[in-house]
Write a protein that binds this ligand. Structure first.
Ligand code: SF4
Length: 465
C-alpha cells in the first residue's frame, strides 16, 4: 500500500474560536444609521442582514431596519445587479429615504460585484428616476472587522458628499465608534466651546430614540446630508481615535486614509487627532485641541469636572492600585482604556483585540508611560485565547463587551461592561466613557467593582470604607 506522506511538519491549524471582532458590514450599518434619512442595504444574502439587525437591536434596544438584496444560488452565479435594483426600488417606495448606503458582504465581494458600476446603471435606468442619493462601501468581512466597515463608510461618505460649499465657520468632528450617549456628550462639550460642528456619523438619536407616539420607518436624527456636503470647507476637523484609517487602492501597498485625513489631503481641512479621550491624559489632549481650535479657555464646568475626577483618583486609589486587568475590544477602545488604567495604577496584564493593524503595541507603549512596555498585547485574538491566557495571568477584573462574560464567570471575577455589543444588560447605548465626566463614571465603576468583590468574598465582611 502506498504510504501517505506525513504532514506533521505543518503547524496544526487553529480556527478562530469565538472571534473578538464583528462583521465588517455591521460597522458600515452603524455609520449609515448616523446619516439623516439614510437606510442601509446589505448587498448579499438575507442571513447577513438578519445577523446584523439582531446584533444591533439587542445592543441598542431600538428597531433597526436593514434591507438586503437577498442573494440566492442564482444570484451568486449570475451576479446581483437585478436584485440590487429591486431592493433599491422597494426601499425607496417604502421608506422614502434621503439616501441609501449599500454595503457589500463576503459573498458579493467574493464573486467580484462592481457595486459602484451597478449603482450607476441603476441610476441611469429611467424607470428609477425617484431614487435618492446612493453610495456604496466595500466591506468584505474576511479581511476586516466591524471597525474597518465603520471607518470605510465614514470615508465613503465624505468622498461621495463633501463638496466645496460654504460651511459657515464650522468644524468637523469625527467621534469614531462610540456610544450614542458619548456622541451626545461630545455635542455638549463642543457647544460649550461655542463651536459650530458637523458630527459624522451622528447616531445619538437614531440608535437611542425617545419613546415615540407613532412608528417612524426612518428614525429622526443623524448628520444632515446638507451639512455633510459642507465638510470640505470646514476650518478644522477633530478626529477621535488613531486606528481610523482604512486601506485604499488595494490591500498590498495601498494608502491608509480616514475620512478626516482625506479631507485634510484633498481639501486642506486641518485634522487634529487624539486617542479616545478616556482618562485624564486623553481628555487633557482633547480639551487642548478644543481650546486651540475655538480660541477659548476651557470652560469652568470642565475644569471642575477635571478637578473632581482628580480628587476621586486620590479617594479610590487604595482599592485599585496594583490590581490586574484584562482589556479587550476594538483597538481604539483598548488603547483609550489602557491609557486610563495606566494612570490610575491598575496593571493591565493583557490587551487584546480581534483587529490586527500591527500598531497596537507601539501605541500602547506611547500612551501608557507607566507600564506600557510590560503590557502583553494580542492582536487578531479570539475569546478562547483570552480565556486561556487568564489561566496564567490571573486577572482581578475584565473590561470589555458582554461576549467576555463567560471568562469572567470561569474565573469568578468582575466584568466591567463597556463597548459593543452588550447583549446581557440594559443601557449599553447609554454608557458614557468619554470626557472627564465619562471617565468619572468608569472610574467609580472600577473601584466599586473591586470593593464589591472584596465584600462578597470576605469571611468577616465590612461596612465602612
Ligand atoms: S457572511 Fe460575511 S458579511 Fe455575512 S454576516 Fe458573515 S461575516 Fe458578515
Amino acid at each position: 500500500m502506498e504510504k501517505i506522506p506525513t504532514l506533521s511538519y505543518i503547524r496544526p491549524f487553529v480556527s478562530t474560536r469565538n472571534a473578538c471582532k464583528l462583521c465588517s458590514p455591521l460597522g458600515a450599518c452603524i455609520a449609515i444609521k448616523g446619516i439623516e434619512g439614510c437606510v442601509p442595504v446589505i448587498h448579499g444574502s438575507q442571513g447577513c442582514a438578519t445577523y446584523i439587525r439582531r446584533y444591533l437591536i439587542s445592543h441598542y434596544k431600538e428597531p433597526v431596519d436593514i434591507a438586503s438584496s437577498n442573494f440566492s444560488e442564482e444570484t451568486t452565479i449570475f451576479g446581483g445587479e437585478a436584485n440590487l435594483k429591486i431592493a433599491l426600488t422597494n426601499v425607496t417606495n417604502q421608506y422614502q429615504p434621503k439616501a441609501i448606503g449599500v454595503a457589500t458582504t463576503c459573498l458579493s465581494e467574493t464573486i467580484g460585484e462592481d457595486v459602484a458600476s451597478q449603482l450607476s446603471h441603476i441610476r441611469n435606468d429611467s424607470t428609477n428616476s425617484n431614487l435618492p442619493s446612493l453610495f456604496t462601501v466595500s466591506t468584505p468581512s474576511y479581511q476586516g472587522t466591524h471597525l474597518d466597515g465603520f471607518h470605510a463608510t465614514v470615508l465613503a461618505l465624505v468622498k461621495n458628499f463633501a463638496k466645496k460649499l460654504p460651511s459657515a465657520d464650522k468644524i468637523n468632528f469625527f467621534p469614531g465608534f462610540v456610544s450614542p450617549s458619548d456622541i451626545r456628550h461630545i455635542k455638549e462639550i463642543v457647544a460649550d466651546f461655542d463651536l459650530k460642528t458637523t458630527i459624522l456619523p451622528d447616531y445619538s438619536d437614531t440608535l437611542d430614540n425617545p419613546v415615540w407616539d407613532q412608528y417612524y420607518r426612518v428614525p429622526k436624527g443623524g448628520t444632515p446630508i446638507s451639512e455633510l456636503e459642507k465638510m470640505a470647507e470646514a476650518y478644522a476637523s477633530i478626529e477621535l481615535g488613531v486606528f481610523t484609517s482604512v486601506k485604499q487602492g488595494g490591500q498590498n501597498g495601498g494608502k491608509e486614509i480616514s475620512g478626516a485625513s482625506w479631507l485634510e489631503s484633498e481639501h486642506s481641512v486641518k485634522n487634529h487627532q487624539c486617542i479616545l479621550p478616556i482618562g485624564m491624559n486623553g481628555n487633557d489632549a482633547l480639551f487642548d485641541i478644543l481650546s486651540k481650535v475655538s480660541g477659548k479657555d476651557i470652560p469652568v464646568k470642565y475644569q471642575m469636572q477635571r478637578g473632581r475626577l482628580l480628587d476621586s483618583y486620590a479617594d479610590g486609589h487604595k482599592y485599585i492600585f496594583g490590581k490586574k486587568a484584562v482589556i479587550y475590544g476594538e483597538e481604539d477602545l483598548v488603547l483609550g482604556l489602557c491609557s486610563f488604567l495606566d494612570e490610575i495604577g491598575v496593571e493591565v496584564v493583557l490587551a487584546a483585540s480581534g483587529a490586527n493593524s500591527g500598531k497596537l503595541q507601539k501605541k500602547i507603549i506611547k500612551h501608557c508611560p507607566e507600564h506600557g512596555k510590560t503590557i502583553q498585547v494580542i492582536s487578531d485574538s479570539d475569546f478562547e485565547q483570552i480565556n486561556e491566557a487568564c489561566n496564567t495571568i490571573k486577572p482581578d477584573f475584565l473590561i470589555g463587551n458582554s461576549k467576555g462574560n463567560y471568562i469572567a464567570t470561569n474565573f469568578n471575577i468582575p466584568l466591567i461592561r463597556v463597548g459593543f455589543p452588550i447583549h446581557d444588560r440594559i443601557g449599553g447605548q447609554r454608557i458614557t466613557l468619554l470626557g472627564y465626566q465619562g471617565t468619572q463614571k468608569l472610574f467609580d465603576k472600577v473601584v466599586n467593582a473591586m470593593i464589591e468583590y472584596k465584600q462578597n468574598n470576605s469571611p468577616i465582611g465590612y461596612k465602612y470604607m
